[in-house]
Design a protein around this ligand. Structure first.
Ligand code: EPU
Length: 425
């Protein structure tokens, strides 16, 4: 196993290119199951979660190769409809093959995804959506088994206790592309990654409209064909690198084309007193007077508001803002595993129910810490870069699920960060 060893306290400066979006690429890869034709994807990030999805596609009868940075997905002889526990257990997002398999083969068996480090992650909306489209769904021996001779389009309310579901919307929309008639998903997710999937489905010949609205419309077609598609850049990675400059007292510029996807986060930064320099295809964040940075009160909410996946990295920034900041986590009310680790680095954070209250500290201090999930791990890396002394972040396999070449990118910005063998398990 590996750890990241960081000698903190060095300002990060320079420009970094933002990779393709993991959370857009995963459902798009799953959507290739909807066609027997060849699909060519560009800007797919090289990540552990992508590898897992590729393993899953191969298990389901696809052939996947990479040529000149493009991922080419074609079909072997015949497909399979069973996604087994061995692969699904590695990544919860594997559930997103359920809709495409059901639509394409009339049946699907997908292992129930296991637990998650930051609390319950139910799949009831995915299952309800398939049932509403006319599938018979049963759960046996840890597997979701869905069957339908022909799916029927329908008006479906897909709202859960915490609002829309990103992968739930993706799954149901994919199933609906090959259904008879028209489907409307009310309370659909509006996240850019979901919209990217819908544009991809249309590039394959689907008929999805009202993309990016609360009510997504899918008119069923008889089949889908191959296409070439370019995946959007990763908005969570984009913000992580902007923050890496800010928390270390440097100025980082991101090569990033989709500013509209991070409007809310950029507004938060500006309201704290961060200066943003926007050019075509890039954004640079800097701070003139660190002592004048204002505190922020944030609530995680579905897009276009403040994303839950940015909460842990913003918590590190909050440690240098002047005054008391707060972050209320509404999407995953128990997503706070990074808090005790940040406290061990000297952060002044108090948790009250699903809200963290953060007071500024003069200086974070290096420590040995463990990543418990992807975004918590990214926060610990940022804290380590900002801290005085040496930090070791263990269990970095969580980070490598979702940040492409993080160590190399941070080194290119001047960070003293190395991958080393980890003796802690
Ligand atoms: N929910 C239900 N029932 C369901 C599905 C979800 O109650 O059937 C609840 C969840 O428990 C949560 C809320 O609905 O409270 C929203 O969850 P959602 O379904 O939107 O999450 P997801 O689709 O499983 C994606 C991202 C997550 C990200 C969330 C929220 C991917 C692969 N994953 O998950 O990303 O946090 O949306 O934006 O797209 C990450 O990248 O680190 C990550 C966890």
């Amino acid at each position: 196993m590996l750890k990241y060893a960081i000698n903190g306290g060095k300002p990060l400066n320079g420009k970094v290119k933002i990779s393709g979006s993991k959370n857009a690429a995963l459902p798009i890869l799953a959507a290739t199951l909807l066609t027997k034709d060849e699909v060519i994807l560009k800007n797919v990030p090289v990540l552990r979660d992508i590898q897992t999805m590729v393993e899953l596609l191969v298990m389901l009868g696809k052939r996947v190769r990479v040529d000149d940075g493009r991922m080419i997905i074609s079909s072997e002889n015949g497909g399979h409809h069973r996604a087994t526990y061995e692969v699904v257990k590695k990544m919860r997002a594997s559930i997103v093959v359920l809709g495409p398999l059901l639509a394409r083969y009339g049946k699907a068996e997908v292992s129930m995804p296991g637990g998650c480090a930051f609390g319950p992650r139910p799949v009831d909306l995915h299952i309800r959506g398939m049932e509403e489209l006319g599938a018979k769904v049963e759960i046996h021996h840890g597997y979701i088994a869905a069957e339908a001779e022909k799916l029927q389009g329908k008006s479906i309310l897909l709202a859960g206790k915490f609002g829309p579901s990103v992968l739930g919307t993706d799954n149901v929309a994919m199933a609906a592309t090959l259904a008879e008639g028209s489907t409307v998903i009310h309370s659909a997710a509006k996240e850019p990654e979901t919209s990217d999937l819908m544009h991809f489905l249309n590039a394959m010949g689907a008929n999805v409209s009202s993309i990016g609205s609360d009510d997504l419309v899918i008119d069923g077609v008889s089949s889908l064909h191959g296409c070439e598609y370019n995946i959007i850049p990763d908005r969570i990675e984009a913000i992580t690198y902007l923050l890496s400059g800010l928390v270390t007292g440097g100025e980082v510029e991101i090569a990033y084309e989709s500013e509209e996807h991070i409007h809310f986060a950029l507004d938060v930064l500006e309201s704290c007193g961060v200066e943003l320099e926007r050019k075509a295809g890039s954004i640079k964040a800097s701070v003139k007077d660190r002592s004048a940075l204002k505190a922020a009160n944030l609530i995680t909410q579905p897009y276009p508001r403040f994303p839950t996946d940015m909460h842990p990295v913003f918590m590190v920034l909050a440690s240098i803002l002047q005054g008391e900041s707060s972050i209320k986590e509404v999407i995953y009310p128990t997503r706070f595993n990074h808090v005790p680790e940040l406290q061990r680095m000297g952060a002044n954070i108090r948790q009250e129910a699903n809200t963290a209250i953060i007071k500024p500290v003069d200086q974070l201090e290096g420590a040995l810490v463990q990543a418990s999930d992807l975004r918590a791990g990214a926060a610990l890396v940022l804290a380590g870069l900002a801290a005085k002394g040496r930090t070791e972040v263990h269990r970095v396999y969580h980070i490598e699920r979702g940040y492409e070449n993080m160590v190399e990118k941070l080194q290119s910005l001047g960070a003293d960060i190395q991958k080393e063998k980890s003796e802690v398990i």
